[in-house]
Design a binder for this molecule. Structure first.
Ligand SMILES: NC(=O)c1ccc[n+]([C@@H]2O[C@H](COP(=O)([O-])OP(=O)(O)OC[C@H]3O[C@@H](n4cnc5c(N)ncnc54)[C@H](O)[C@@H]3O)[C@@H](O)[C@H]2O)c1
Length: 280
């Protein structure tokens, strides 16, 4: 049985707890949240950690962060001393020091770091191209209703200044790296893209964040991939996907993204129990 600790008990943490708690292959050994957990009858209180530093008192195989990017910065390397680490807020990895620290701990303690692809469509195809250096460009555009955006710093000011919501507002265009700390909860998908596109990375994968007043029932993500130029045929390889995910206005994440996150966990955590055909 795989022993799991969950760090963060908001929408995603609760969703994962309920799924994993009902699966005989997994045992939840602890759940931590920054504030007291009040609204979950199905949670057995014996699992609740009041101080996150006490995670070391538990024997745990995987620790899943679904709270905030700051957790990876403060605890990621400590978790990796004891367990494999699943990161739900990969915008944390746009900070090169955090990324270096976690990679070093992963190598030192022989533990893996997993980042579920969530809403990032086509991750495997993009990874294949990046590894072979045939990925020449990647642009990720995320469009959400303005009430679904939780922004920081200059982007927060830009959004607050906008009073006339007749048309979409482009909040940011540029490298993914500079956007992650300004929209830490909204652009995990872009961070996943920058990690998949390892030959381009956070500085060369392009981001575009749009607040769109018309998107009252969905989040839209466009991914534009550019591959090598074929001189004979005078054109590049190109692939564009548009993911339209039904989402209630004001919500940060659509339901299909929770399901995608959970499936990534099943693939990762249940690996040893799996058999049969694998499409790879
Ligand atoms: N990768 C993905 O596909 C994906 C999908 C959904 C959410 N997320 C990310 O996972 C995290 C949780 O998402 P959610 O939808 O459950 O959000 P949520 O707001 O419902 O819950 C977040 C929880 O983390 C806690 N928290 C908030 N700020 C914190 C901080 N600075 N330090 C410690 N704890 C803090 C809150 O108390 C809350 O219980 C967010 O960072 C979100 O961006 C990732």
């Amino acid at each position: 049985m795989t022993r799991i600790g969950i760090v963060g008990f908001g929408h995603l943490g609760k969703y994962l707890y309920e799924k994993l708690e009902n699966d005989k292959n997994f045992e939840i050994v602890f759940v931590w949240n920054r504030s007291e957990i009040r609204d979950c009858d199905s949670l057995d209180r014996k699992y609740v950690l009041t101080n996150l530093d006490d995670f070391i008192k538990h024997k745990v195989d995987f620790i899943i962060e679904v709270a905030h990017p700051v957790i990876s910065e403060k605890y990621g390397d400590k978790f990796l001393e004891h367990a494999h680490y699943v990161i739900g807020s990969p915008t944390a990895l746009a900070n090169q020091d955090t990324l270096n620290k976690l990679n070093a701990a992963s190598a030192k303690f022989n533990k893996k770091i997993y980042v579920p692809c969530g809403a990032f469509w086509g991750a495997n195809d993009i990874k294949k191209m990046a590894i072979q250096n045939t990925l020449k460009g990647l642009k990720i555009t995320m469009k959400k209703h303005h009430t679904s955006l939780k922004l920081e710093g200059s982007l927060k000011e830009k959004l607050e200044k906008q009073s006339n919501w007749d048309s979409p507002l482009v909040l940011y265009e540029g490298p993914v790296r500079n956007l992650c700390h300004l929209a830490p909860n909204n652009v995990n998908t872009m961070a996943v893209g920058a990690l998949c596109a390892q030959n381009l990375g956070f500085d060369h994968v392009q981001a575009c964040l749009v607040a769109d007043p018309n998107l009252t029932d969905k989040h839209v993500i466009e991914i534009e991939v550019t591959g090598p130029f074929n001189e004979k045929l005078n054109q590049n390889f190109k692939c564009t996907t548009v993911r339209s995910n039904p989402a209630i206005v004001g919500h940060v994440t659509g339901n299909q993204t929770y399901d995608s996150f959970y499936y990534s966990l099943l693939e990762t955590l249940d690996d040893v129990n799996s058999f049969g055909i694998f499409v790879c």
